[in-house]
Design a protein around this ligand. Sequence first.
Ligand code: ADP
Length: 478
Amino acid sequence: MFIKQNYINGHWVETKDVMSVINPATKERIGEVSNSGTAEATLAVEAASQAFVPWSKKTANDRSQFLYQWHQLIKEHTDELAQIMTIEQGKPLKEALAEVQYANDYVLWYAEEAKRNYGDTIPASSVNKHIIVKKEPVGVVAAITPWNFPAAMITRKLAPALAAGCTVVIKPSEETPFTALKLIQLAERANFPKGVLNIVTGNAKQIGDVWLQDKRVRKLTFTGSTPVGKLLMRKASDTVKKLSLELGGHAPFIVMKNADIEKAVEGAIQSKFRNAGQACVATNRFYVHEDIMERFTDRLIEQVSRLSIGNGLNNNVDIGPLINEAAITKVMDHIEDAVKKGASILTGGKRTMEKKGYFIQPTVIGNVTDDMLCMQDETFGPLAPITSFKTIDEVVDRANNSAFGLAAYVFTNNMNEAALFMNNLEYGVVGVNDGLPSTAQAPFGGYKESGLGREGGYFGIEEYLELKYISIGSFIQN
Ligand code: ADP
């Protein structure tokens, strides 16, 4: 079930040095993977570089077929992938199953999109000229992914890259390598030619540095924290690589006076407590109209106190563990800071089952003010701070007052209000009466410091393509 080797140039290769992977629900060691560095990262780039020309010259239909086969194999191994994911990442099994399906939606989408890599012809400004625009793959792509969505973050990058004709080197998070390795094993079974996909686990800095310095790597696609994203962006500048960055978020969740409270609470639970709040699109701060503050808060507390915490492998668990001790410390710091500044804990607020794993109670806090840490910084945990507002202009200003701009949520039954939010929220993803907007056919990505580029839909493949403009003058007439 757990694969431990790197996959480079069509071979599973072991390293002497290994590193342990921990189950965050039990703190038990579940296995080990290669602790690779410079040497393995270099071999991976060499393999991807050699495989690039033959892969990029295949027909789009051929590349599509490989992706269809991979999709089929992922489908057949959904249960196993979900089990692996829950064991290494902690999310409840039902969420892991949903993620595998969501991840596989990208593979299917880009199996289809591979065939629609259309160019353009443009009317020229002189009679004897022709303008053609064609799209070509950028080259070798380096993908560096996080632990919170161990399958989807891989396929969302690899599927469009492979469809476009790129080859890839991947470094998954050291916390969740097993889901990634299993996905690559399934790609191997789908018969992708050797060198087209290569995966290396281990020392993030060493591997990253090799890939960022190597001229043959023409694109970096990264999902992770904003500080690491900024660091990689600086390093990528030396060789002017194309970049896609999906970084942090700080999503506001706005509930208007006329909103359907039940729907809003349902959306709040989905957007705040999925994956125990460990998502870059997770709601970080709630703004509720003062007239319905009490009704909304009471109903939210009622629902949150019903959420059951535990090992994600057990039936009916809603909230699994956080990923590690540092994640717990961050959430506890946000709660302590808020309480010190006058907030009150309405439900939860404590660490729990400490000896077993990294668990924290789903928490709602009231009397929240904008100067609290949780209203400014990404919490990445199950903490819901609620504050009230009076006017729509005020709430738009407060929602936009952030360096981040990934996701925002609005609940209202008034179309004019909805339109105002749609037009004025500075966010890449806006959920109107929808707490779960992510889907394979839509462009996912952020404004401001939340990142660069978009993943998903027909937009996502463009990130892996160069435009080549060809101007054709007249040929000599005989
Ligand atoms: P998170 O808090 O989600 O773990 P990180 O940004 O630390 O966010 O990690 C996201 C990914 O970036 C992981 O695969 C991690 O190993 C990798 N990473 C972290 N630091 C570096 C680095 N200096 N160079 C390359 N990759 C890195």
